[in-house]
Every structure is written in C-alpha cells, then in structure tokens.
Design a binder for this molecule. Sequence first.
Ligand code: ATP
Ligand code: MG
Length: 218
Amino acid sequence: MLHVTDLWKSYPGADGPVAILRGVSLELAAGATLALTGESGSGKSTLLHVIGGLDSADRGTVRLGEVELTALDDVGRARLRRGTVGVVFQQFNLIPSLDVARNLAFQARLAGAEDPAWTAVLADRLGLTAHLRKYPEELSGGQQQRVAIGRTLAVRPRLVLADEPTGNLDEDTGAAVLALMLDLVAETGAALLTVTHSERLAARMDRRLHLAHGQVSP
Ligand SMILES: Nc1ncnc2c1ncn2[C@@H]1O[C@H](COP(=O)(O)OP(=O)(O)OP(=O)(O)O)[C@@H](O)[C@H]1O
Ligand SMILES: [Mg+2]
C-alpha cells in the first residue's frame, strides 16, 4: 500500500547541503505495522514528514496505493493528509481552545468525514468519555496523547504515521497507550508506521527498520 522508493532529502548546513536521507526505500502493506528506530538526529522525523506530505523530498517517490504523493502540489498533499494519512505527533498538537470532544472531531470535520458514532466509540475505548468537556490544559500527558490518537483515528486513515507517540509518557502508561493504539489501528485496518526509541514498543510491531547514515536496514 505504501511504497517509498529511493528517497533523498538534505538540509542546508554551514558547509553546504547535508544529506539526511540517502536513498531510503521501504514498503508497508495494508494493515501492517512497522517500527522505525534510529539514533537521535538520524532523520526519523524527517522521513515521517516526507512520507506524510508535511515536507518535500529532493528525490525519490512516495506512493500510497495508486496516488503518488511526491507528485502532488500543496493542496493535494493537504487533502491527502486530512483523509488518507493520519499523523500522531510527539507533542500532541491539540487545539487549546477546543474541548476534548471537539478536538476528537476536528480533523474528521475538516475532511468532511464526521462520524459521531465512531468518535464516541473511540472516546470510550480511549477512556476519554468522562473528559469530553475538558480542555487540553486540564488533561494529563497520557490523556492528551490519547486525544491525539483518537483525533487521528476518527478520520479512519489508511495509513497512520506516529512520531514517538509515547515518548512523553512513562514506560507503563506509554505501553498501555500503545497497546490501545495497536488495537484500534488493527480494527480500522490501517497500516501503522511508528518512530520509537523503545525496544519494548518496537518488538510489538510486525516489522522493524533501523535508520542510520541516511539508509534503512532491518
Ligand atoms: N528544518 C531543518 N533544517 C535544517 N536541519 C534540519 C531540519 N530538520 C531537521 N534537521 C536536521 O536533520 C537531522 C535529522 O533530524 P530529524 O529530526 O529527522 O532526526 P530524528 O531521527 O527524528 O531525531 P530524534 O530522535 O531526536 O527526534 C538532524 O541533524 C537535524 O538537525
Ligand atoms: Mg524525531
């Protein structure tokens, strides 16, 4: 379903461009889960952002089903991001002026795919039903992260990209939130690509890839 082929990406450095991704290729089947590990600064977030259409590549292609993402313009990429590809960021990026219920429905509303029954199921499964009228600042880190996951899944994306989704949580809370995310992703049939520093988390995925020196290997 996801085909990444020979992706290159560099950032400007003091002595000219620094290549962060040097020909990354990977495949992810529908419904499959993949953990991406690698040292800090190895380019994991960069890769995720390019795959998610949040950043452009210098070279190479990202194809999602029949759609070549790397050939889309900003508008096309934004549309895809609202519907087909869901991203869970490390810093949650919840909207502070909206309560939990509205945060959960926000992206689905943008995508024109509101489904109150499904949003209610997600709120229930994520243990958020008692917090629907609260605002993000009134939630714990683990609760905020569950809202961020619910908001992404509310759209029923075909591909979920998660950048250290439990990086801000203690080990036990992180494991519980992750288990929940894995269950929900499996139920929606979405594929999941998650960046993680946690061995324990990586071990629960179907496959894992390690990013080093701009390239991925098993
Ligand atoms: N917008 C940018 N401009 C210039 N350099 C950047 C930019 N974004 C990232 N970099 C550099 O690219 C490299 C890879 O960054 P990236 O954030 O992808 O790493 P990472 O593997 O996600 O690290 P971490 O585990 O710490 O999150 C780093 O050296 C970083 O400094
Ligand atoms: Mg990162």
